[in-house]
Write a new protein. Structure first.
Length: 82
């Protein structure tokens, strides 16, 4: 099962961090579920949030990929080396 199609924001722990990685430039950010809820709707599915978000790097604005990040796992993210 894919957590992105299975979970709505409201189903998740508000303190859960979600990694947002640009598919083009690799910029990696993270937002908590609580922060996503302030931008979107509580009933938004994760895949919908993934489609709605864009890279915030100036002049990029490309599609992003969402990843669940657990404490200590952020270092495991690929790409985005400065
Ligand atoms: Zn980008």
């Amino acid at each position: 099962m894919n957590w992105k199609t299975e979970y709505q924001l409201q189903d998740m722990d508000p303190t859960q961090k979600v990694g947002i990685i640009c598919k083009k430039c690799g910029l990696s950010q993270s937002l908590t579920v609580a922060e996503l809820i302030t931008r979107f709707d509580r009933q938004l599915y994760l895949y919908e949030a993934e489609r709605a978000l864009l890279c915030t790097s100036w002049g990029c604005g490309s599609a992003v990929r969402l990843e669940l990040s657990h404490d200590g796992l952020m270092e495991g993210f690929q790409g985005g080396l400065a």
